[in-house]
Every structure is written in C-alpha cells, then in structure tokens.
Write a protein that binds this ligand. Structure first.
Ligand code: FA5
Length: 350
C-alpha cells in the first residue's frame, strides 16, 4: 500500500482517539474529507497519474476514504451517546414511587356538595343527567316560555357565541331535552320523570361576595299525574336537612320565572352570620338558594307532554351557594380562586 495512505490512516486513527466532542470531530471530518481535506486532495491529484497508477492508487484512496468515513461515523455515534448519558446524569432524580411531600390536593367543595346532593336525590329515585355548557337560544330561553325580546331575558346577562349559540345561563336549559327524553316512558308506561341535572352556568355579572360570573346550579324536575307544591317542599327540605345534618330555617316567597306557575324563591337563613346580616347574604340574613315552582303548561307542551294530563315541579338549586353555606366560605370568589391552600381548609378531612 502507498506509504502516504498508510501514514494518513494511522494519523486519522490517532487523532480520532483523542477527539473529545462533536465540534472537534466535525473539524477532523473537514480536515480529511472536506472540499480542501487531505483525502479529497489525494483524489483530485489522481488526474496526473497514468492509467495503471490510477487503478491501484485510486482503489487505495477510495478504501482510505471509506475507512475514514466509517471511523468518523462510529465516533459520532459514540459521542452522541455520551452526550445523552451526560444529560440524563445531570437530571434530578425523581422517585415516582415516593409519597408526595407537597400539597396533595383535595376535592373541591362544590364537587363534594354536588356528589352529596346527587346521592340524596338518587336515594329518592331521581336519575342524574349531564348536559352541555354550550346550548341554543331555544334550549336556554324559548323552550322555557321566554320568547325573543321577552324582558325576562334581562335577568340573565348572557354570553353569546359568534355562531349564535350561548353559554348556558341556568341549568333549566336542559329541561326541554330531559322532558323529551323521558316523556314517552311517562305517557306510555306511567313512569314519572324524576331527574336532576347539575352543571356550570355563566352570566356576565359583576362579582361580589355572593355572585360569580361562573357558578354551579343543580336543576331538578319531577313530572307525574298528581304532583303538588307540598311534594316540592318535601324534597327541598329533605335535601337540605341531609346536606347540613340539622334543621335549616327556610322561607318561601313568591318569585317570577316564566317557566313555572306559580313560582317561588326558596331562601335559607344565612349560616355565615346566623341570620344577623353580612356581606355573604347582602346584609339581609337570608340567602337566595333555590328558586322553584310548578312547571308551566307551555314548557310541558314544548317537551311533548300533555299539560292537561300531567303536572310537575322544577327547582334550580344554587350549588355554589350551597357549598358556601356548608363549608362556611364567606366570599364566593374563594371557590374559583384555584388556590389549593384556600380550598383544602374547608375539605381537609373529607
Ligand atoms: C334561575 O336560574 C332559574 N333557572 C331557577 C329555576 C329553576 C326557577 C326551575 C324555577 C324553576 P336564578 O337566576 O335565581 O334562577 O338562579 C338560581 C340560583 O342560582 C340562585 O338562587 C343562586 O343560588 C344561584 N345563582 C344565580 N346567579 C348566581 C351568581 N351570579 N353567582 C352564584 N350563584 C348564582
């Protein structure tokens, strides 16, 4: 073999053994295989050789080129693996099996009170329904006896979406769908409709200690042949005494909602101030918690149910306010604060 080639091969071997990083390796590649590299120069110089010399020398230079390329590629893989290993070694060691030593999180007070209410109503034969947060104008208003331009729409400052849909302002938006879902079974088999449907509601409201722009309600309806207001009051009282585990002072006063007739406001005596008056109850001693009433015939009719034959009640429980009262949260905004520390103080032992 040509002496020059043997010398170059030894030189490459020697230099490769002392290459420490990718930058050095690249410099070495350029020095031998680059445009002006030593091996490239040998290849270029072949033009001055005889045909015979070209044959033998050419083959030797080409195998030197292959040798250099292969060795440099091997070194490249070795250096990259070293680099990755160094990165991994520099990472902090996390023992994923170790118990958490920071805040462990807890159920949100609203989740807890919602689950409790669901369990209570399930035990009384109600089904629990889920419903979307984005609904149509028909579901939220028209099917509830609130036609377009009806002044009752002003009671709920609504977030409209560009596609004409809206963020539901109240869980009553699901009433029509639930009546349609279970109406057939009621009329054909006499099975009463008993359903609750908790959900998040949105209103463009100024916030204060008892108002949020995003809050939870839990709607309930019951439809059968002989339902009356006493049934409604019975279910409300049973639910409240279960949730609070004591007798709660409530008051019922007339309330206007186009989808019930008659309609009521069910207030509870404020548990934050014991009825004395505080910011949480707007200094009245009472908290509006659960408007309710007998379902309006137009709503039953829109839901495919004959109001001449069937009658029902509906209520719209303020779940967020119920959580405030149960856990003694003075300001409703704390419930949306996202602060684990603030929230866990109410629910640590649950
Ligand atoms: C309604 O939303 C009716 N859909 C309730 C209803 C259902 C009436 C079925 C009759 C029959 P209202 O806007 O009053 O009504 O809200 C009901 C409850 O949700 C209130 O009593 C209150 O507890 C809660 N709520 C309403 N607005 C807010 C708010 N901005 N922040 C927190 N809770 C609220």
């Amino acid at each position: 073999m040509n002496e020059k080639i043997i010398a170059l091969q030894n030189e490459i071997n020697e230099k490769l053994s002392s290459v420490a990083d990718l930058a050095e390796l690249d410099a070495l590649r350029v020095a031998y295989l680059g445009k002006k590299g030593s091996i490239t120069a040998l290849l270029k110089g072949m033009k001055d050789l005889s045909v015979e010399e070209k044959k033998t020398f050419g083959a030797e230079v080409n195998s030197l080129k292959e040798f250099a390329t292969e060795k440099i590629d091997e070194k490249l893989i070795e250096l990259k693996e070293k680099e990755i290993a160094a990165e991994i070694n520099a990472m902090p060691i996390i023992d994923v099996t170790a118990p958490a030593d920071t805040d462990r999180g807890s159920y949100h007070p609203i989740t807890l009170v919602q689950r409790q209410c669901e369990a209570i109503f399930k035990s009384m034969g109600f089904t629990v329904e889920d419903y979307p947060e984005v609904v149509t104008d028909y579901e939220c208003f028209e099917a509830l006896n609130i036609p377009k331009h009806h002044p009752a729409r002003d009671m709920q400052d609504t977030y409209y979406l560009s596609n004409g849909q809206l963020l539901k302002t109240h869980t009553s938006a699901a009433q029509n769908a639930i009546l349609k879902k279970y109406g057939k079974n009621l009329m054909e088999n006499g099975v009463p409709i008993k359903a609750i449907f908790p959900g998040r509601c949105f209103r463009n409201e100024a916030t204060d200690a008892c108002h949020e722009n995003t809050f939870f309600q839990m709607e309930g309806i019951m439809v059968d042949k002989a339902i009356n207001i006493s049934n409604l009051i019975y279910f409300m009282k049973s639910m409240l005494s279960e949730v609070f585990q004591k007798d709660i002072k409530v008051r019922l006063r007339p309330g206007f909602f186009p989808f019930v007739e008659p309609g009521f406001e069910l207030d509870i005596s404020c548990l934050i101030c014991g009825g004395e008056g505080c910011p949480s109850c707007k200094h009245s001693g009472w908290l509006e918690l659960c408007p309710c009433g007998m379902i309006h015939p137009n709503v039953l009719r829109d839901g495919g149910i004959d109001p001449e034959e069937y009658i029902g009640f509906a209520f719209g429980l303020g779940l967020t306010r119920l959580a405030m009262m149960k856990y003694g949260v003075k300001d409703i905004r704390n419930l949306n604060s996202g602060s684990l520390k603030a929230l866990s103080q109410f629910t640590d032992d649950e």
